[in-house]
Design a protein around this ligand. Sequence first.
Ligand code: PLP
Length: 181
Amino acid sequence: MELGADIVIHSATKYLSGHNDVLAGAVIVHDEKLYEKLVYKLNTTGAVLSPFDSYLVMRGLKTLSLRMERATKNALKIVAFLKKLPSVKEVLYPGLGGMISLKVIDRNKIPDILNHLQVFTFAESLGGVESLITYPAEQTHHDIPLEIRESYGLTDDLLRLSIGIEDVRDLIEDLKEALEN
Ligand SMILES: *Cc1c(COP(=O)(O)O)cnc(C)c1O
């Protein structure tokens, strides 16, 4: 909004709710008239979040800062661990939050790696309390032509981790077992 947007649309499904149990989003406006127009429209068409889903978002928000702190702390330790593994070619991490991408040396081992993991769940979401792993080339980005996804680094050897708030020793042990087998 500081950059001049009239309306900001923000997902609340991921970190804001934080428990992988609700689909939600927020429409944020500055202008009072626009706000009233939107509220009227939503109220009359009924395209709003249910009371229970709203409750889940509000409950999740209360622990947002704690969850982010812990996810970042865990992620930093996992990045340091992954960088030392001979089976890992590259680790991508922005330095904050729980999202890590890694490229493996041998992409043929990816099905085995995914099968071996016990603490990480092989699932597409992100931003929750539990750690998840996805294989974007075969899941979220399967529909995108190879040349296009490779042009922005989404190669067939890339795995994406969403780090949760578990004990980091369990997460590192799990990755070690899976990546070194
Ligand atoms: C992220 C996600 C969606 C989309 O939610 P948005 O609020 O649009 O970001 C839908 N389903 C699952 C399982 C997701 O992880």
